[in-house]
Ligand binder design. Sequence first.
Ligand code: F6P
Length: 361
Amino acid sequence: MKRATRVGLITSGGDCQGLNAAIRGVGKALFQRVDNLEIYGMYDGYRGLIERDYKFMERKDFSGILTEGGTILGTSRQRYIPGKDIVDENGESVIPRMLDTYNRLGLDCLVIMGGNGTQKSAKLLMDAGMNVVTLPKTIDNDIWGTDTTFGFQSAVNIATNVIDYLHTTACSHGRIFVVELMGRDAGWLTLHAGIGSGADVILIPEIPYDLEKVAEMLKLRRKRGSGFSIIACAEGAVSVDETKLDEEASRRKKEQSKHSTVSYAIAEELERLTGQDTRVTVPGHYQRGGPPCPYDRVLATRFGAYAADLIIKKQYGTMVAIQHGEIVAIPLADAASKTKFLPVDHPMIQMARDIGICMGD
Ligand code: F6P
């Protein structure tokens, strides 16, 4: 009898909507197309591979999970030393232990679903001799080489909905609302949700803000008869002054701040500058929860089925991506080498400016 094709599945890093849809896409396509198949689902991301904690998955495990949020396999974050290693709490490399599990199970390939950090770690596994195919997932949409990631659209829907709801109460009370959205490094989610919900100001990490200028715009709005204003602010937004600090000074400033997150500091300062009642809303992990939207279900299923195809064709060392509407495979080495920040000259930013949205500068 022909040797079984053995595949390991891993969901790693921060979760997002569509992970189960992707797991299902991989599993269903493999069971459909490969005769002698064994699939092992690693528990809690790379931890399962390190500690040999996994589940033998049957055909039925891939049913009934399309619309479920989170990941049926669990996830975790590992300590990653940029470009060099993945280590445990004692600083010891865990890659040999992962390779050991991989070899003991006789795996042909690992399908690794994750964000930026996970892609970089997957590249290290590839360099250590493991076959990998990765899928790009994150609400941040900041993975290089793909036009979008699954999870992103679902988070945009939630964040937009949060701001839609805040509009009515902001209007009733004539208040300013600062809504802090996820995105430490990239502003894709905040830009899309901000435009989609009609925010008046959008602050993203890629464009340092000047609150004097924001306050001028808010005062002008009031003068023109708009009694309330909404500011969509990425959690990683930084002021022009902060960009002048070195890493150490910036860390110290954050530690000493009395505010838990950036939007509280912004709200306090804007209240002072405008004299207008200001409130903060931080939806936080709510943006990563719940069922994937239909777009993400379809995208994750397409990515998953394509990953199965790559395994059948033995096209390892690749990340599945979507470019101009088409699903493609790109070298993992490329995807893992960069972060897809929002270009400051992106047409959507220009469009936002054209319709009068203040980008904080
Ligand atoms: O990368 C996804 C993300 O949700 C970011 O937007 C956010 O900054 C981060 O993860 C939060 O991480 P954690 O779930 O570990 O708090």
